[in-house]
Design a protein around this ligand. Structure first.
Ligand code: ZN
Length: 135
């Protein structure tokens, strides 16, 4: 894992619950404790009711490709061996959208609406990234 060459996310106090859950192979998002709306990315204020209270709750990890882009250019040397690779926006069954990678499928085979499920990749001793594979 020490050979990981790509940028590693900084775990801020606000995001620690997300990364702790990912380490344990669980996908979590914030849910407003006032109106129960799901929130992701994490933020301080609910866009539905403006409440500032929230909790982290597990989600099912299933969803569909909402949008995607295939990267052909090497913008960071850590990705040189991966091009072309797909960056996807996954719409989870709970309704929130998550930017991630779709792995286990060739980029030209990706379709909007394709069913996907989460998988987890340990990239360092502390960080685990949720990624998606075709369901
Ligand atoms: Zn709310």
């Amino acid at each position: 894992m020490t050979t990981y060459k790509k940028p590693i996310p900084t775990i801020t106090p606000e995001l620690r619950p997300f990364f702790t859950a990912a380490r344990n192979r669980q996908l979590v998002v914030q849910r407003c404790t006032a109106c129960a709306a799901y929130r992701f990315p994490a933020r301080e204020i609910c866009s539905n009711c403006l409440s500032t209270t929230a909790e982290w709750v597990p989600v099912c990890g299933r969803g569909e490709v909402f949008s995607f882009n295939v990267m052909h250019q090497v913008y960071h040397p850590g990705f040189a061996d991966d091009v072309p690779y797909a960056v996807v926006v996954v719409k989870l069954e709970e309704g929130v959208k998550m930017i991630s990678n779709l792995v286990g499928v060739k980029p030209h085979d990706i379709r909007i609406g394709m069913s996907v499920r989460v998988v987890f990749e340990d990239i360092s001793d502390e960080v685990t990234l949720p990624k998606f594979v075709p369901a």
